[in-house]
Ligand binder design. Sequence first.
Ligand SMILES: Cc1cc2nc3c(=O)[nH]c(=O)nc-3n(C[C@H](O)[C@H](O)[C@H](O)COP(=O)(O)OP(=O)(O)OC[C@H]3O[C@@H](n4cnc5c(N)ncnc54)[C@H](O)[C@@H]3O)c2cc1C
Ligand code: FES
Length: 253
Amino acid sequence: MFITKVPVKEIIELENHIFIIKLFSPEIASIIQPGEFLNVKVVDSNYPLLRRPFSVCDVEGDLICLMFNILGEGTKRLASRNIGDYIDVLGPLGNGFNLDGNFDIAIIVAGGLGVAPFPYFIKKIKNSKEIFSFIGGKTDKDIITYGMNNITVSTDDGSAGTKGNVVELLELNIKQFESKQIKIFGCGPNVMLRKLKEFSLTHNIDCEVSTECAMACGFGICQGCPIESTHHPEKYLLVCKNGPVFNIKDVVL
Ligand SMILES: Cc1cc2nc3c(=O)[nH]c(=O)nc-3n(C[C@H](O)[C@H](O)[C@H](O)COP(=O)(O)OP(=O)(O)OC[C@H]3O[C@@H](n4cnc5c(N)ncnc54)[C@H](O)[C@@H]3O)c2cc1C
Ligand code: FES
Protein backbone atom coordinates (compact mmCIF):
# COMPACT_ATOMS: atom_id res chain seq x y z
CA MET A 1 0.00 0.00 0.00
CA PHE A 2 1.32 3.43 -0.97
CA ILE A 3 0.42 6.82 0.46
CA THR A 4 1.57 9.23 -2.14
CA LYS A 5 0.84 12.46 -3.99
CA VAL A 6 0.27 11.85 -7.66
CA PRO A 7 -0.20 14.31 -10.54
CA VAL A 8 -3.39 14.60 -12.57
CA LYS A 9 -2.50 13.86 -16.19
CA GLU A 10 -5.94 14.16 -17.71
CA ILE A 11 -9.50 14.85 -16.63
CA ILE A 12 -12.31 14.35 -19.08
CA GLU A 13 -16.05 14.81 -18.87
CA LEU A 14 -18.02 12.19 -20.75
CA GLU A 15 -21.68 12.47 -21.65
CA ASN A 16 -24.08 12.32 -18.69
CA HIS A 17 -21.69 14.39 -16.49
CA ILE A 18 -19.44 11.41 -15.85
CA PHE A 19 -15.79 12.26 -15.22
CA ILE A 20 -12.66 10.20 -15.82
CA ILE A 21 -9.59 11.40 -13.95
CA LYS A 22 -6.21 9.92 -14.88
CA LEU A 23 -3.49 9.93 -12.23
CA PHE A 24 0.17 9.19 -12.88
CA SER A 25 1.45 6.53 -10.51
CA PRO A 26 3.69 3.79 -11.94
CA GLU A 27 3.96 2.13 -8.50
CA ILE A 28 0.23 1.74 -7.99
CA ALA A 29 -0.59 1.13 -11.66
CA SER A 30 1.78 -1.83 -11.76
CA ILE A 31 0.11 -3.70 -8.89
CA ILE A 32 -3.53 -2.63 -8.59
CA GLN A 33 -6.11 -5.30 -9.50
CA PRO A 34 -9.69 -4.97 -10.81
CA GLY A 35 -12.11 -4.28 -7.95
CA GLU A 36 -9.46 -2.73 -5.70
CA PHE A 37 -9.73 0.94 -4.83
CA LEU A 38 -7.89 4.12 -3.93
CA ASN A 39 -8.82 6.30 -0.96
CA VAL A 40 -8.49 9.81 -2.31
CA LYS A 41 -7.98 13.09 -0.46
CA VAL A 42 -9.82 15.16 -3.03
CA VAL A 43 -8.35 18.50 -1.85
CA ASP A 44 -5.35 19.55 0.25
CA SER A 45 -7.51 21.55 2.69
CA ASN A 46 -9.47 20.11 5.60
CA TYR A 47 -12.86 20.30 3.89
CA PRO A 48 -13.98 17.73 3.10
CA LEU A 49 -11.89 16.10 5.80
CA LEU A 50 -12.37 12.45 4.92
CA ARG A 51 -10.90 10.70 1.93
CA ARG A 52 -13.31 9.31 -0.66
CA PRO A 53 -12.88 5.76 -1.99
CA PHE A 54 -12.92 5.18 -5.76
CA SER A 55 -12.63 1.85 -7.57
CA VAL A 56 -9.89 1.57 -10.15
CA CYS A 57 -11.77 2.01 -13.41
CA ASP A 58 -8.87 1.35 -15.75
CA VAL A 59 -5.10 1.29 -15.96
CA GLU A 60 -3.42 2.80 -19.02
CA GLY A 61 0.33 2.17 -18.69
CA ASP A 62 1.42 4.25 -15.71
CA LEU A 63 -1.96 5.97 -15.40
CA ILE A 64 -4.74 4.96 -13.03
CA CYS A 65 -8.18 6.02 -14.24
CA LEU A 66 -11.06 6.69 -11.84
CA MET A 67 -14.67 7.25 -12.90
CA PHE A 68 -17.09 9.40 -10.92
CA ASN A 69 -20.09 11.68 -11.13
CA ILE A 70 -20.78 14.72 -8.98
CA LEU A 71 -22.86 13.70 -5.98
CA GLY A 72 -21.67 15.90 -3.14
CA GLU A 73 -18.77 18.00 -1.92
CA GLY A 74 -16.03 15.41 -2.46
CA THR A 75 -16.79 14.65 -6.07
CA LYS A 76 -17.49 18.33 -6.80
CA ARG A 77 -13.99 19.20 -5.61
CA LEU A 78 -12.41 16.28 -7.46
CA ALA A 79 -14.07 17.36 -10.73
CA SER A 80 -12.54 20.82 -10.35
CA ARG A 81 -8.94 19.58 -10.11
CA ASN A 82 -6.69 20.50 -13.03
CA ILE A 83 -3.98 18.82 -15.05
CA GLY A 84 -0.72 19.09 -13.09
CA ASP A 85 -2.40 19.27 -9.67
CA TYR A 86 -1.09 16.73 -7.15
CA ILE A 87 -3.65 14.55 -5.35
CA ASP A 88 -2.98 12.59 -2.19
CA VAL A 89 -3.98 8.95 -2.65
CA LEU A 90 -3.79 5.82 -0.55
CA GLY A 91 -3.77 2.45 -2.26
CA PRO A 92 -4.19 -0.04 -3.69
CA LEU A 93 -6.75 -1.02 -1.05
CA GLY A 94 -9.20 -3.88 -0.52
CA ASN A 95 -9.75 -7.20 -2.22
CA GLY A 96 -10.70 -7.20 -5.87
CA PHE A 97 -12.53 -9.69 -8.10
CA ASN A 98 -11.33 -13.28 -8.27
CA LEU A 99 -10.55 -13.69 -11.96
CA ASP A 100 -9.09 -17.19 -11.72
CA GLY A 101 -12.27 -19.07 -10.88
CA ASN A 102 -13.74 -21.94 -12.83
CA PHE A 103 -15.71 -20.05 -15.47
CA ASP A 104 -15.58 -19.46 -19.24
CA ILE A 105 -18.07 -16.63 -19.41
CA ALA A 106 -18.10 -13.52 -17.23
CA ILE A 107 -21.48 -11.86 -16.94
CA ILE A 108 -21.21 -8.28 -15.76
CA VAL A 109 -24.29 -6.77 -14.15
CA ALA A 110 -23.96 -3.06 -13.47
CA GLY A 111 -26.40 -0.41 -12.35
CA GLY A 112 -25.65 3.26 -13.12
CA LEU A 113 -22.15 4.18 -12.00
CA GLY A 114 -21.68 0.52 -11.02
CA VAL A 115 -19.86 0.11 -14.35
CA ALA A 116 -16.87 1.93 -12.77
CA PRO A 117 -14.72 -1.12 -11.87
CA PHE A 118 -15.35 -3.02 -15.11
CA PRO A 119 -13.27 -1.43 -17.91
CA TYR A 120 -10.10 -2.67 -16.17
CA PHE A 121 -11.73 -5.99 -15.30
CA ILE A 122 -12.60 -6.46 -19.01
CA LYS A 123 -9.09 -5.50 -20.09
CA LYS A 124 -7.61 -8.12 -17.77
CA ILE A 125 -9.79 -11.08 -18.82
CA LYS A 126 -10.85 -10.41 -22.39
CA ASN A 127 -8.19 -12.72 -23.87
CA SER A 128 -9.18 -15.70 -21.76
CA LYS A 129 -12.95 -15.36 -21.13
CA GLU A 130 -16.08 -14.39 -23.00
CA ILE A 131 -17.73 -11.32 -21.52
CA PHE A 132 -21.34 -10.11 -21.59
CA SER A 133 -22.33 -6.80 -20.01
CA PHE A 134 -25.83 -6.12 -18.72
CA ILE A 135 -26.16 -2.45 -17.85
CA GLY A 136 -29.15 -0.80 -16.20
CA GLY A 137 -30.20 2.71 -15.31
CA LYS A 138 -33.26 4.71 -14.36
CA THR A 139 -33.33 6.40 -17.80
CA ASP A 140 -31.18 6.47 -20.93
CA LYS A 141 -29.19 9.30 -19.32
CA ASP A 142 -27.98 6.90 -16.60
CA ILE A 143 -26.55 4.32 -18.99
CA ILE A 144 -22.75 4.42 -19.01
CA THR A 145 -20.98 2.32 -21.63
CA TYR A 146 -17.40 3.63 -21.26
CA GLY A 147 -14.92 0.74 -21.58
CA MET A 148 -17.67 -1.92 -21.64
CA ASN A 149 -18.29 -4.53 -24.33
CA ASN A 150 -21.01 -6.87 -25.56
CA ILE A 151 -23.62 -4.61 -24.00
CA THR A 152 -27.32 -5.21 -23.37
CA VAL A 153 -29.25 -2.39 -21.72
CA SER A 154 -32.34 -1.90 -19.58
CA THR A 155 -33.92 1.25 -18.17
CA ASP A 156 -36.64 1.63 -15.57
CA ASP A 157 -38.67 3.93 -17.85
CA GLY A 158 -37.96 2.11 -21.13
CA SER A 159 -36.13 5.11 -22.67
CA ALA A 160 -33.29 2.78 -23.74
CA GLY A 161 -33.15 -0.99 -24.15
CA THR A 162 -35.61 -3.24 -22.36
CA LYS A 163 -38.00 -1.67 -19.86
CA GLY A 164 -37.34 -2.92 -16.34
CA ASN A 165 -34.41 -3.35 -14.00
CA VAL A 166 -31.10 -4.93 -14.94
CA VAL A 167 -31.71 -8.14 -12.98
CA GLU A 168 -34.99 -8.64 -14.84
CA LEU A 169 -32.99 -8.09 -18.03
CA LEU A 170 -30.56 -10.81 -16.98
CA GLU A 171 -33.47 -13.15 -16.21
CA LEU A 172 -34.76 -12.61 -19.77
CA ASN A 173 -31.36 -13.49 -21.22
CA ILE A 174 -30.06 -16.23 -18.95
CA LYS A 175 -31.27 -19.16 -21.07
CA GLN A 176 -28.56 -18.57 -23.69
CA PHE A 177 -25.94 -19.41 -21.05
CA GLU A 178 -27.45 -22.72 -20.00
CA SER A 179 -24.89 -25.52 -19.82
CA LYS A 180 -22.00 -22.99 -19.90
CA GLN A 181 -19.60 -22.25 -17.05
CA ILE A 182 -20.66 -18.76 -16.06
CA LYS A 183 -19.91 -16.41 -13.23
CA ILE A 184 -21.64 -13.12 -12.45
CA PHE A 185 -19.78 -9.98 -11.41
CA GLY A 186 -21.97 -7.15 -10.13
CA CYS A 187 -21.76 -3.59 -8.93
CA GLY A 188 -24.50 -1.05 -8.35
CA PRO A 189 -26.97 0.27 -5.80
CA ASN A 190 -27.88 -1.97 -2.87
CA VAL A 191 -31.40 -2.54 -4.14
CA MET A 192 -29.90 -4.01 -7.33
CA LEU A 193 -27.41 -6.14 -5.39
CA ARG A 194 -30.22 -7.58 -3.26
CA LYS A 195 -32.14 -8.61 -6.41
CA LEU A 196 -28.96 -10.02 -7.88
CA LYS A 197 -28.40 -12.11 -4.78
CA GLU A 198 -31.89 -13.58 -5.02
CA PHE A 199 -31.28 -14.28 -8.72
CA SER A 200 -27.89 -15.94 -8.27
CA LEU A 201 -29.10 -18.11 -5.39
CA THR A 202 -32.24 -19.18 -7.29
CA HIS A 203 -30.22 -20.10 -10.39
CA ASN A 204 -27.26 -21.39 -8.37
CA ILE A 205 -24.75 -19.21 -10.22
CA ASP A 206 -21.51 -18.12 -8.60
CA CYS A 207 -21.56 -14.34 -8.09
CA GLU A 208 -19.18 -11.71 -6.76
CA VAL A 209 -20.22 -8.14 -6.09
CA SER A 210 -18.40 -4.92 -5.33
CA THR A 211 -20.11 -3.22 -2.39
CA GLU A 212 -20.11 0.38 -1.25
CA CYS A 213 -20.49 2.23 2.02
CA ALA A 214 -19.16 5.37 3.63
CA MET A 215 -15.53 4.95 4.68
CA ALA A 216 -12.94 6.78 6.72
CA CYS A 217 -9.51 5.12 6.96
CA GLY A 218 -9.99 2.63 4.09
CA PHE A 219 -7.72 -0.06 5.55
CA GLY A 220 -9.31 -1.65 8.60
CA ILE A 221 -8.43 0.66 11.49
CA CYS A 222 -11.51 2.79 12.22
CA GLN A 223 -14.13 -0.04 12.01
CA GLY A 224 -16.34 2.46 10.17
CA CYS A 225 -17.45 0.29 7.24
CA PRO A 226 -19.24 -2.80 8.62
CA ILE A 227 -21.22 -5.27 6.52
CA GLU A 228 -23.03 -8.21 8.12
CA SER A 229 -21.70 -11.70 7.43
CA THR A 230 -24.23 -14.39 6.46
CA HIS A 231 -22.11 -17.12 8.03
CA HIS A 232 -22.03 -15.50 11.45
CA PRO A 233 -25.21 -13.43 11.87
CA GLU A 234 -24.65 -10.17 13.71
CA LYS A 235 -20.92 -10.50 13.12
CA TYR A 236 -19.53 -7.89 10.82
CA LEU A 237 -16.92 -7.83 8.09
CA LEU A 238 -15.21 -4.64 6.97
CA VAL A 239 -15.98 -3.46 3.45
CA CYS A 240 -12.55 -1.82 3.10
CA LYS A 241 -10.48 -4.74 4.34
CA ASN A 242 -12.50 -7.92 3.72
CA GLY A 243 -14.11 -6.43 0.57
CA PRO A 244 -15.17 -4.33 -1.21
CA VAL A 245 -15.65 -7.39 -3.43
CA PHE A 246 -17.45 -10.27 -1.71
CA ASN A 247 -18.95 -13.52 -2.81
CA ILE A 248 -22.62 -12.56 -2.75
CA LYS A 249 -23.41 -15.54 -0.49
CA ASP A 250 -21.12 -14.23 2.24
CA VAL A 251 -22.80 -10.91 3.06
CA VAL A 252 -26.18 -9.51 4.06
CA LEU A 253 -27.09 -6.86 1.50
C1 LIG B 1 -15.13 0.70 -2.33
C2 LIG B 1 -15.81 1.91 -2.90
C3 LIG B 1 -15.61 2.24 -4.24
C4 LIG B 1 -16.23 3.35 -4.78
N1 LIG B 1 -16.02 3.64 -6.10
C5 LIG B 1 -16.58 4.72 -6.63
C6 LIG B 1 -16.35 5.04 -8.01
O1 LIG B 1 -15.65 4.33 -8.73
N2 LIG B 1 -16.92 6.17 -8.49
C7 LIG B 1 -17.73 6.98 -7.70
O2 LIG B 1 -18.22 8.02 -8.19
N3 LIG B 1 -17.96 6.70 -6.42
C8 LIG B 1 -17.41 5.60 -5.87
N4 LIG B 1 -17.63 5.31 -4.55
C9 LIG B 1 -18.42 6.28 -3.76
C10 LIG B 1 -17.54 7.51 -3.45
O3 LIG B 1 -16.53 7.15 -2.53
C11 LIG B 1 -18.32 8.67 -2.82
O4 LIG B 1 -19.01 8.26 -1.69
C12 LIG B 1 -19.30 9.29 -3.72
O5 LIG B 1 -18.67 9.62 -4.94
C13 LIG B 1 -19.90 10.57 -3.11
O6 LIG B 1 -18.90 11.40 -2.57
P1 LIG B 1 -19.17 12.95 -2.33
O7 LIG B 1 -18.16 13.46 -1.39
O8 LIG B 1 -19.30 13.66 -3.64
O9 LIG B 1 -20.59 12.97 -1.68
P2 LIG B 1 -20.97 13.23 -0.15
O10 LIG B 1 -20.85 14.70 0.11
O11 LIG B 1 -20.24 12.28 0.72
O12 LIG B 1 -22.50 12.82 -0.22
C14 LIG B 1 -23.43 13.59 -1.02
C15 LIG B 1 -24.73 12.85 -1.13
O13 LIG B 1 -24.53 11.64 -1.88
C16 LIG B 1 -24.91 10.52 -1.11
N5 LIG B 1 -23.94 9.48 -1.36
C17 LIG B 1 -22.68 9.42 -0.88
N6 LIG B 1 -22.06 8.31 -1.32
C18 LIG B 1 -22.94 7.66 -2.09
C19 LIG B 1 -22.91 6.45 -2.84
N7 LIG B 1 -21.84 5.65 -2.83
N8 LIG B 1 -24.03 6.11 -3.54
C20 LIG B 1 -25.14 6.87 -3.53
N9 LIG B 1 -25.22 8.04 -2.83
C21 LIG B 1 -24.15 8.41 -2.13
C22 LIG B 1 -24.86 10.99 0.33
O14 LIG B 1 -25.76 10.24 1.13
C23 LIG B 1 -25.30 12.42 0.21
O15 LIG B 1 -26.71 12.52 0.14
C24 LIG B 1 -17.06 4.19 -3.98
C25 LIG B 1 -17.26 3.86 -2.64
C26 LIG B 1 -16.67 2.73 -2.11
C27 LIG B 1 -16.87 2.38 -0.68
S1 FES C 1 -12.99 2.48 6.54
FE1 FES C 1 -11.90 2.28 8.40
S2 FES C 1 -12.18 0.19 8.88
FE2 FES C 1 -13.06 0.37 6.90
